[in-house]
Design a protein around this ligand. Sequence first.
Ligand SMILES: [Zn+2]
Length: 93
Amino acid sequence: MKMLTCKDASHLISERLERPLGFQERWGLRMHLWICVSCRQFVRQLTLMRLALRKLGERAKADAAGAELSPEARERIRKALAERGGHENEHEH
Ligand SMILES: [Zn+2]
């Protein structure tokens, strides 16, 4: 089987997030990741990044719902909002 280049591999790694890979592609990528440290790191980075993004999203949702917040967290948010009082416009994105 033909070895993937790092370019092929990183292409497949990001493709994999968008669509399921075919058998050949999966296998080729796995072979490449066995031998290539830098592509393994790329996968790790990408995975961590996606995890972090998902966590951020979940936390934002929880904050919005106010459902899973501890009283301390609620108090922190309340204080932060109070400190911002009167400067709402300056803090808008
Ligand atoms: Zn590589």
